[in-house]
Design a protein around this ligand. Structure first.
Ligand SMILES: [Zn+2]
Length: 375
């Protein structure tokens, strides 16, 4: 068996500038290093897979680099950098608080903190999922955080900032990592595909990016999965089949039915989708997003909120021009109502069908009944 490395690891960024979708934040970190304004504790918050641990590692490497480059990046060639890149640096310690959350785990970390680094200037302690520490562990850690030795820097990472004690928050510089936008994810997937010699359709990468919900690690592992499934020919069709994603096509057909007051068509489309094995609740939330996307595409200012590829955007824009705003408002309301009632409904299929019937009636009667009474 050859050495297959998953893409999330193979393409893990090793410099600040190669981190995808966190430009403002990596620039701030780089500037802090360049101007030597380092804090003793940082808190990296944000959803999973957006680069918190990666940035913490790059940060640790960069502040220890013996000959940093003019642009503020680590040189990746000095003794310290090489040790970091080979994962044998003694200046970085990672503790996963999800599985090591006892007070003893923290005590053994605190013991190490006292020992200064042998090469490089700083020892960096990354505590992942820091919100999982027990309260006893938190308290033991707090003392060290209050008076850390000058060579120690703590980077705490969490997906759940609200669970962090205020006493910890007040001692940290806080960095909020955002979800990676769909276009940034697509760009990066395009790059990985070209490096891997994989043929990938843009629309296919778009679906992958949407599915990953702003996390690059997820995006890359779904990418690997699809590459192996398709033998390196990543088409839109293969992706939606493999990931069990509902084709845009159905939503557009449904929109046509709604716009032409065609109840029969809408029910047949629903039946078709259900027969493909899609879950009713997913269909409803898909329809809701679809109408929402049509609404934002009606105005060029909000169309920017619509994150998909150019070809599909065009289709949304032209379709949205056929939809009266009032109809879209009402449609979103109706679908949202269905979404809210879905869980408690005893006859879920009927609930969706009723919603579709009411949607179709909107085109013959775009004004709501209440408004008609008023006039
Ligand atoms: Zn270096």
């Amino acid at each position: 068996m050859d050495n297959y490395i998953v893409s999330a690891r193979k393409y893990r960024p090793s410099t600040f500038k190669s981190v995808v979708g966190q430009r403002a934040l990596t620039t701030t970190l780089k500037n802090a290093i360049a101007t030597n304004k380092l804090a003793h504790a940082y808190l990296f918050c944000g959803p999973r897979g957006v680069g918190k641990t990666t940035c913490a590692r790059i940060f640790a490497k960069t502040i220890n680099c013996l000959s940093p480059l003019a642009d503020g990046e680590a040189c990746n060639t000095c003794e310290s950098c090489v040790a970091f890149n080979d994962q044998r640096s003694f200046n970085i310690h990672e503790l996963d608080a999800a599985s090591n959350n006892s007070v003893d785990d923290i005590r053994s970390l605190i013991d190490q903190v006292r020992i200064p680094p042998q090469i490089g200037k700083y020892k960096v302690y990354i505590i992942d999922e820091v919100h999982m520490l027990s309260s006893a562990a938190f308290n033991a850690f707090l003392k060290t955080l209050e008076e850390p030795p000058h060579h120690a820097i703590f980077i705490l990472a969490t997906t759940e900032k609200h669970k962090i004690l205020p006493t910890i928050l007040s001692r940290c510089q806080i960095y909020d990592f955002s979800r990676i936008s769909i276009s940034d994810t697509v760009e990066h997937l395009k790059y990985v595909a070209s490096q891997e010699g994989v043929n990938a359709e843009l629309e296919a990468l778009n679906v992958l990016a949407q599915k990953s919900d702003g996390g690059m690690r997820d995006a890359l592992s779904i990418f690997d999965q699809v590459v192996s499934f398709t033998g390196g020919n990543v088409t839109y069709k293969a992706v939606i089949d493999n990931l069990n994603v509902l084709d845009y096509e159905y939503y557009f057909k449904l929109t046509d039915a709604v716009l032409t007051n065609n109840v029969v068509d809408s029910l047949l489309i629903l039946n078709d989708i259900l027969n493909k094995g899609f879950d009713g609740h997913n269909i409803i939330s898909g329809v809701a997003s679809h109408f929402r996307d049509l609404l934002v595409c009606k105005d060029p200012r909000t169309a920017e909120l619509f994150e998909v590829g150019a070809s599909i955007r065009e289709r949304y824009v032209t379709t949205s021009q056929r939809c009266p705003v009032e109809l879209l408002y009402r449609a979103i309301e109706l679908v949202n109502e269905c979404d809210l009632n879905y869980r408690v409904s005893k006859n879920k299929k009927l609930l969706i069908e009723l919603t579709l019937i009411r949607l179709c009636q909107l085109s013959s009667n775009p004004q709501s009944v209440d408004e008609k009474k008023k006039s």
